[in-house]
Design a protein around this ligand. Structure first.
Ligand SMILES: [Zn+2]
Length: 424
């Protein structure tokens, strides 16, 4: 599906800001410079990653009595009080009701207010407030559809606590089909923002103070970026006990330890006492239904494990399998064609893909240095030497720890430059 079509479908599905539907355009000049600019920035995030993949996906509903007691984050459960109206964006949402509000910050630098929907379901019963944010990067579409599906699936009369969903945080980037704000800044480097700072800092400040500050826990939805896609997975700072327990609520999803970059929404929310994780699924500029369904399943499992809904219909007891992970890079430039897909199990020495020089037709193979699983990968494209092409999760018996050993891909120091998913 091309992006313009996908954007139009999302507008129709959300019923959001209908006046925008005819104005959606994709800026074809948006790509080249972005890639050079920000791949570097993301490539330089050096956080080591440890993946926890909880396998054994089951679709049958197990007996709740047999489920393990999942320790909930104190910061989340402590928030449960009497069901009360939520005051948000100058509106009161009474218990047992749902409302669509709108948040707008862009008049701060453009002169014309552009609002984006904020969906609120305030449950009839007391409990925590869970927030779902999507499209902080305007070209990441899968999360928009996830928020829509989750929000419209919740019955306020049966909900304990509240769910606040913001399908499109970066509405300016979304309208242009761009990851960035119109001034080329990455909004996800400016949280919690500054009311007197740059346009990005002001937007971040408005969003953080008007919306995020009402949350007890937050899931920020992203996709891979720069022509890369991720197997649905949770990125979380597992050193933080509240964040760690939050990750245990998603059922059988891949969980990666990842120290958040300063300025990300995940970083700022967690620092403000709101445990936050990132849910990565798929790639940018597309609507990928398999990824959307898996993400929705993870979020709905979280809503259940937080005690906010009674109905259990998703995963059985997850059996965690721990992974370290490392990106495999291209040693040659040329046309990259993959032989594997997201989620593939690979063995050491397996061919992951080939790189063909378009000038002399010379072909080289990219082989996996490890046995493991493909948890992220580049789409077929022209690559330069050094390009991070395949993200391989490697099974280990150890639980995630603070200082995960860096896996050496090439037998030298080159692997110290970790690639943190090139997304969030
Ligand atoms: Zn993103």
């Amino acid at each position: 599906m091309n992006q313009a079509r996908a954007l139009t479908i999302i507008f129709l599905a959300l019923g959001a800001v209908p006046a925008l539907a005819g104005e959606v355009s994709v800026d074809p000049g948006d790509n080249g410079t972005d890639i050079v600019e920000d791949t570097t920035e993301d490539l330089d995030s050096r956080s080591s990653e440890v993946a926890v993949a909880a396998e054994h996906l089951l679709d049958e509903s197990p007996d709740p009595a047999e489920l393990p007691a999942i320790p909930l984050a104190d910061a989340v459960t402590a928030a449960g009080g009497a069901a009360a109206p939520i005051s948000l964006l100058d509106r009161d949402i009474v218990p047992g009701s749902a409302q669509r509000l709108s948040w707008s910050a862009t008049e701060l630098f453009e002169g014309v207010p552009v609002s984006t929907p904020v969906l609120v379901v305030n449950g009839a019963l007391p409990g925590p407030t869970l927030c779902l944010t999507a499209a902080v990067h305007g070209d990441e579409l899968n999360g928009i559809e996830m928020v829509r599906r989750v929000m419209h699936d919740i019955d306020p009369s049966k909900l304990s606590g509240a769910v606040i969903g913001i399908p499109i945080v970066n509405v300016q980037g979304f309208r242009r089909g761009s990851r960035y704000l119109p001034d080329r800044r990455d909004l996800n480097r400016y949280f919690p923002g500054n009311p007197n700072g740059s346009a990005a800092a002001r937007i971040a400040h408005s969003f953080f103070n008007n919306v995020v500050s009402h949350c007890d826990a937050l899931v920020d939805l992203h996709t891979g970026s720069f022509e890369r896609a991720n197997l649905p997975q949770i990125r979380a700072d597992l050193r933080n006990p509240d964040v760690l327990t939050l990750t245990q609520g998603f059922g059988s999803m891949v969980i990666l330890h990842s120290t958040p970059a300063v300025g990300t929404l995940r970083y700022a929310a967690t620092r403000a006492g709101i445990p936050a994780v990132t849910l990565e699924a798929g790639g940018p500029s597309q609507l990928e239904l398999d990824e959307v369904k898996l993400g929705v399943k993870g979020i709905e499992t979280l809503v259940y494990t937080l005690g906010m809904i009674k109905k259990r219909r998703l995963w059985a007891e997850p059996v965690p399998v721990y992974y370290r992970s490392s990106w495999v890079r291209a040693d040659n430039g040329g046309i990259l064609l993959s032989d594997v897909s997201l989620g593939s199990t690979v063995r050491k020495g397996d061919i992951l893909g080939t790189i063909t020089d378009p000038m002399n037709n010379a072909r080289t193979e990219v082989r996996s240095p490890y046995s493991g699983r493909i948890i992220g990968m580049a789409r077929n494209q022209v690559v330069m030497p050094g390009f991070a092409a395949f993200h391989v999760g490697i099974q280990t018996d150890e639980a995630p720890v603070e200082e995960a050993p860096v896996i050496d891909v090439h037998g030298d120091d080159s692997s110290k430059d970790y690639v943190d998913g090139m997304s969030e």
